[in-house]
Design a protein around this ligand. Structure first.
Ligand code: GDP
Ligand code: IMO
Ligand code: MG
Length: 431
């Protein structure tokens, strides 16, 4: 049976949560592989809105096994709150959620260091979500992180914490001039978390691989987006994990030979939250219009998202490095009513033409978009479920994206709700 990765092809918030929720119906296991509670994935079911941060969006479908893989960084307090919030709203969470023993923990000092680093960067700040994501991945790579499994061994947990706090406190005190942390306080707080989370802690690599071996369907839920990927994004204005499809393999312990499809999620325009270059950003009232009509405010931090036109240069890069096999275009309805729509097909920079995303941040920062202008549509597309019922200009817009990227569109989303969707190709049929 197919195993499908859902990945964002822009700067996050493409509508991955909605797409994962829809595809979950036919999945046995739904798994997150990177990021943390910096993510905010919105799912609307019968006009009821759920925002998932750490828990895979598949949890809203009954009888799906949901995994939080080793590649995720977990703030245990945030996870417990999320579980509690979902249970209070009637979502069943019992024997269907598992947390990797190898996932790294976000500690209170990671949040403090995230905040202090941003302060020191001043005007060049990244605009992080302030959740401690970067510092937690720093400790993971620096081999001084504390993992979920350590919660189950109090003495080992205390020993690692105490040893590492020595370094952290030195930095806090002497570099950042910020308050110190104390082993005992964190220890006590985290041992309470350990008790609450013990039932979820598991060998998620074994669960996912045994599902694959038994020919089950696995859906991998990406967080953030390709341009926020630590290696392939607009560094340093990125998050600290591999948000691309390849991250699913390392972030769960699944071999690349087991992946069948990569569905790339693309918003019909572009948004970005936080700092960093964004060539197609619209600075006038049209940007404001897209933000208001699209409800473009962060699902995690509530920050206004910057809005702009679709950027094919960025998407060409994203399609390539993710090995995308199909596209899901979301929020087509938000473009309703525009006279014309712009699509960026290349950039210019100091007299040179760029058809490919330039890797040098200083070049990308100075790129001017070259636009093709297409006809808009003066009709309401919201809730349309049949491609042929879309206005002709909207059909042409979709076909143009397909042609420019050389990849077929498999899904088109025309509203927030589950049923507001045009399904052109099933993901879980055949391999
Ligand atoms: P994610 O982080 O990729 O899961 O995306 P977010 O949930 O942060 O942001 C996407 C927003 O767009 C959410 O509010 C969704 O409910 C909403 N959304 C998703 N698809 C559509 C669509 O086709 N039309 C409209 N109007 N809203 C959509
Ligand atoms: P989902 O999964 C959009 C952005 C932050 C900031 C940068 C680094 O909902 O698409 P971090 O806190 O990760 O160190 O911040 O990344 N960012 C996101 N932007 N959607 C997200 O997640 C994001 N997660 C992080 O705004 O620019
Ligand atoms: Mg989001």
């Amino acid at each position: 049976m197919p195993n499908v990765i859902v990945v964002g092809l822009q700067w996050g918030d493409e509508g991955k949560g909605k797409i994962v929720d829809v595809l979950s119906e036919k999945a046995d296991v739904v798994a997150r592989f990177q990021g943390g509670h910096n993510a905010g994935h919105t799912v609307v079911i019968n006009n009821e809105k759920f925002i998932l941060h750490l828990i895979p969006s598949g949890i809203l479908n009954p009888n799906k096994v949901c995994l939080i893989g080793n590649g995720v960084v977990v703030d245990p307090g945030a996870l417990i709150q999320e579980i509690k919030g979902l249970k209070e709203r009637g979502v069943a969470i019992k024997n269907n959620l598992f947390l990797s023993k190898n996932a790294h923990l976000i500690m209170p000092y990671h949040v403090a260091v995230d905040r202090e680093n941003e302060r020191l960067r001043g005007v060049k700040n990244i605009g992080t979500t302030g959740r401690g994501i970067g510092p937690a991945y720093c400790d993971k790579a620096g081999r001084s992180g504390i993992r979920v499994a350590d919660l189950l061994y109090p003495e080992i947990f205390r020993e690692k914490l105490d040893a590492h706090l020595f370094h952290v406190n030195f930095l806090l005190e002497h570099l950042y001039k910020a308050p110190r942390f104390h082993t005992e306080e964190i220890y006590r707080e985290y041992m309470v978390y350990a008790e609450a989370l013990a039932e979820y802690i598991a060998d998620t690599d074994i669960i996912v691989n045994s599902t694959i071996a038994a020919h089950g369907n696995v859906l991998f839920e990406g967080a953030q987006g390709t341009l926020l990927d630590i290696d392939h994004g607009t560094y340093p204005y990125v998050t600290s994990s591999n948000a691309i499809a390849g991250g699913a393999c390392t972030g769960l312990g699944v071999g690349p030979t087991k992946i069948s499809k990569v569905l790339g999620v693309v918003k019909a325009y572009t948004t970005r939250v936080g700092s960093g270059p964004f060539p197609t950003e619209i600075h006038d009232s049209l940007g404001e219009h897209l933000r208001e009509r699209g409800g473009e405010y962060g699902a995690t931090t509530g920050r206004a998202r910057r809005c702009g036109w679709l950027d094919i240069v960025v998407l060409r890069h994203s399609v390539r490095i993710n090995g995308v096999t199909g596209l899901a275009i979301t929020k087509l309805d938000i473009l309703d009513g525009l006279d014309s729509i712009k699509i960026c097909s290349s950039y210019t920079h100091k007299g040179s033409l760029y058809n490919e995303f330039p890797k040098e941040t200083q070049i990308f920062e100075g790129c001017e978009p070259v636009y093709e202008e297409v006809e808009g549509w003066k009709a309401d597309t919201s809730g349309i479920r049949d491609f042929k019922k879309l206005p002709e200009a909207a059909q042409s817009y979709i076909k143009k994206i397909e042609t420019m990227l050389g990849v077929d569109v498999h899904l088109i989303s025309t509203g927030q709700r589950r049923d507001e969707l045009i399904l052109l190709k099933e993901q879980f049929n055949g391999s």
